[in-house]
Each structure stands twice: as C-alpha cells, then as structure tokens.
Design a protein around this ligand. Sequence first.
Ligand SMILES: [Zn+2]
Length: 160
Amino acid sequence: MQDRAGSFPHNGRSIGARPVLTSLLRGAAQKCPACGKGAMFRRYLKVVDACLHCGEELHHHRADDAPPYFTIVIVGHIVVGLVLAVEMAYRPPLWVHAALWLPLTLILALTVLPIVKGALVALQWALLMHGFDPDAEEGIGDGLPDVDPSPLPRRLDFWP
Ligand SMILES: [Zn+2]
C-alpha cells in the first residue's frame, strides 16, 4: 500500500519534495501525483479520496470550474483553427462543417477534460494548495470559510 515507509506522518499527506513538472505529467496521465502509479479518478471525473497505491490523500483538491475553462480554451483553439483552415482551403457547405466540427468538439472536450483536471489537481498537490500542505492544521486550507464564534446580536439598537 505504502511504498515510502514513514513518509505519511500527517494523516495521509506526504512530506518531501513535490516536483511541479513531474506532478503535472503524472496528473495529466490521470495518475497519483505522489507515486505516479495509483489512479487519480475512480470514475470519469471523480477524484479518489486517497491513492489506492500509496495512500496519498487527494480529496483536498479544489479544481472547481478550472478544468472546464482550460478545456474550452484548448479545444476552442484547436477546433476554430481547423474550421478556419478547412473553410479557407475547401469552402465546404455548412452541413459539412456541422458534421465535422460538432462531433470533433464533443470528443475532444470529453478527452481533454480529465487530462486537464488531473493536471490541475496534481498542480494543487505540488504547490501545497488547500489541504495538501502536510504542515497545515486540520481545517486550515480546506477551502471552507472561517466561522466567527461570536454570536450575532439579537437586535440592532438603531433607535434610542
Ligand atoms: Zn499514489
């Protein structure tokens, strides 16, 4: 289960070097950024709570809307470039454009999305973002807002 004995003293968060480029490549390959062997996703885009190979916790990620944004940018640049190139070279009718680019856009988006999400989760892990920092106290960096323990006033005394 754990291939680095003693490297998880902080509740499933490894200590030691976290090289950004290696982590990014592992994440883009949809593998655990820590060991590069365990799968990052248990379903299409569902990140595992912890790596099944090394035990690194991955549930701290906060990818949120970033993977779709980057996927749109990447796929948009590819498809728009191809559309313009084909239009300039062949000037096909509109139905040919629709038949080509709609399926290509869908296939590319569904292919690129998990790659981008894996890379972003790995980047957050490598940069110790959110709860990935092994030195962070529990509850810090988990993305949840701090709660003010003082109670709100029952009423406001605007009037004398
Ligand atoms: Zn792992």
